[in-house]
Write a protein of this length. Structure first.
Length: 371
C-alpha cells in the first residue's frame, strides 16, 4: 500500500497524474459560455494559457484570485511537489489548497429566441375593438463581467456551459418585461394596429434597456435585441373590411345611377319619386296608389291623382283597333300650380323634419280641397 494517497483529482491530468508543473489551457467544447477546466489543485508555477476570444478566472481557496485576458501566465497556488503530498496525508490526499480555472467566452452568444407564452391584449384606438397580439424576438448576450457571472450564476450550481442554460434561466423574467413594454407601446398608438410591423425597430430600441437592466446584475450585457414579429389577430378586422367593402359598393352604385341620369339630363329626386310610385303600383296587396294616398293622409282625391299619374307614367296607351301603328297618347297640359308636386315637396319636408305632422295635414287638406 502506497504511503502517499493520490489525489483523485489528478486523474484529469495528462497521463492521469499531476506533474511537477502543468500547462492549464482550455479543453472545453465548442460553443461553451463558461467551462471549468477539470485539472484541479495544480502545483505552483504551473502555466496558464488564455487564447484570444476568451478570459480565464483563477479561483484559489474558494476566492476569485484574478481574471486573465489572452496571454501566458505563471500561477502561484501554494501547492508544491512532495510537500503537498505530505501535507495532504491527513485529508486522504485531497489538497487543502484548492485551485481551479474557469474559461469564459468573450464573444456574443448565438441568437436566442423568445416568444410570448400568451397573447397580449390590445385595444385599437381607431376602430375601438379589442384584439390579441403575439410577439417574438431574438437577442444576444455577452459575458461582460466574468467574476460576477461566476459568482451569481455558476456559483449557484446552474449549468451554463452552453447558452441554452441562459435561455431557460431568463425566459420567465423576460416574459414579464417584454410583454409589459409591448403592451404599453401598442396601447398608446392612435393609429390602427394593422401594419404595426413598421414600429418593430422603434419598439426594439425601447425594450433593449429593460433587458440590459435584468442581465447586468449577472455580469451580462444584451448586445442585440430585435423583435422578429408582431402578429395581430385579424378576425375582427376581417368583419370590418367586409362591412366597409359592402358600404363602398353601395355608394358606387348610387353614384353610378346618378351619373347616368345626369348624362341623360334627368333629375335624380324626380326619378326616385317615380321609382317609389312604381313599387307601389307593382304591389297589389298594398292597395296601389289609393293606399299610398291614405298612408300619407291625402284622402280619396289625392289617391285618384296618384293613380292617374301612375297610369300616365307606366300604363301603355290604348290604341284604336283600326290603326296599324300605335301612337303615344298626347301629354296633358301642365297645370299652372301642380298639386302633385306640391304634395310631394310637403312629404319631403315632413320626412326631413322641417315641418310637423299637423302642419303637413293642414296644408295637404288645403291643397286637396281645391282639386
Amino acid at each position: 500500500m502506497a504511503f502517499f494517497k493520490k489525489n483523485p483529482n489528478e486523474s484529469a491530468y495528462f497521463d492521469g497524474k499531476k506533474h511537477w508543473t502543468d500547462v492549464i489551457k482550455n479543453t472545453g467544447p465548442e460553443g461553451f459560455l463558461i467551462w471549468r477546466q477539470p485539472e484541479e489543485d495544480f502545483n505552483t508555477n504551473s502555466t496558464l494559457i488564455v487564447m484570444p476570444g476568451e478570459e480565464a478566472i483563477f479561483v484559489k481557496g474558494g476566492n476569485i484570485e484574478q481574471v486573465f485576458d489572452k496571454g501566458t501566465y505563471k500561477l502561484s497556488t501554494e501547492n508544491y511537489p512532495v510537500i503537498s503530498r505530505l501535507r495532504n496525508l491527513a485529508t486522504g490526499g485531497i489538497s487543502t489548497f484548492n485551485c481551479v480555472v474557469y474559461f469564459v467566452r468573450k464573444a456574443d452568444t448565438k441568437e436566442l429566441r423568445w416568444g410570448t407564452d400568451s397573447p397580449i391584449q390590445v385595444r385599437d384606438k381607431v376602430w375601438g375593438v379589442r384584439t390579441d397580439v403575439k410577439a417574438r424576438a431574438v437577442y444576444k448576450l455577452r459575458i461582460e463581467n466574468p467574476g460576477k457571472f461566476l459568482e451569481k450564476l455558476v456559483g449557484s450550481n446552474n449549468n451554463f456551459e452552453d447558452q441554452s442554460g441562459l435561455d431557460a434561466y431568463f425566459i420567465n423574467v423576460f416574459q414579464g418585461k417584454i410583454k409589459s413594454a409591448v403592451s404599453k407601446f401598442l396601447n398608446s398608438l392612435t393609429t390602427e394596429l394593422i401594419g404595426i410591423e413598421e414600429y418593430m425597430d422603434e419598439l426594439s430600441e425601447q425594450i433593449k434597456p429593460s433587458i440590459n437592466e435584468i442581465v447586468s446584475e449577472y455580469g451580462l450585457a444584451c448586445t442585440t435585441f430585435m423583435l422578429a414579429g408582431l402578429t395581430v389577430d385579424k378576425t375582427k378586422y376581417d368583419t370590418i373590411d367586409e362591412s366597409q367593402m359592402e358600404l363602398i359598393a353601395r355608394q358606387r352604385g348610387y353614384q353610378g345611377d346618378k351619373a347616368g341620369l345626369d348624362i341623360l339630363g334627368q333629375d335624380w329626386d324626380k326619378v326616385q319619386n317615380v321609382e317609389i310610385l312604381k313599387n307601389i303600383s307593382n304591389n297589389p296587396g298594398s292597395g296601389g296608389f289609393a293606399a299610398v294616398g291614405a298612408g300619407l293622409g291625402l284622402g280619396v282625391g289625392a289617391a285618384a291623382t296618384f293613380g292617374t299619374m301612375g297610369q300616365q307614367i307606366y300604363a301603355p296607351t290604348a290604341m284604336p283597333a283600326q290603326q296599324p301603328v300605335a301612337q303615344p297618347a298626347p301629354a296633358p297640359a301642365p297645370a299652372a300650380d301642380d298639386p302633385m308636386e306640391t304634395l310631394m315637396k310637403l312629404k319631403k319636408m315632413l320626412d326631413a323634419g322641417l315641418i310637423s305632422q299637423d302642419q303637413y295635414d293642414a296644408k295637404s287638406n288645403e291643397i286637396l280641397s281645391k282639386m
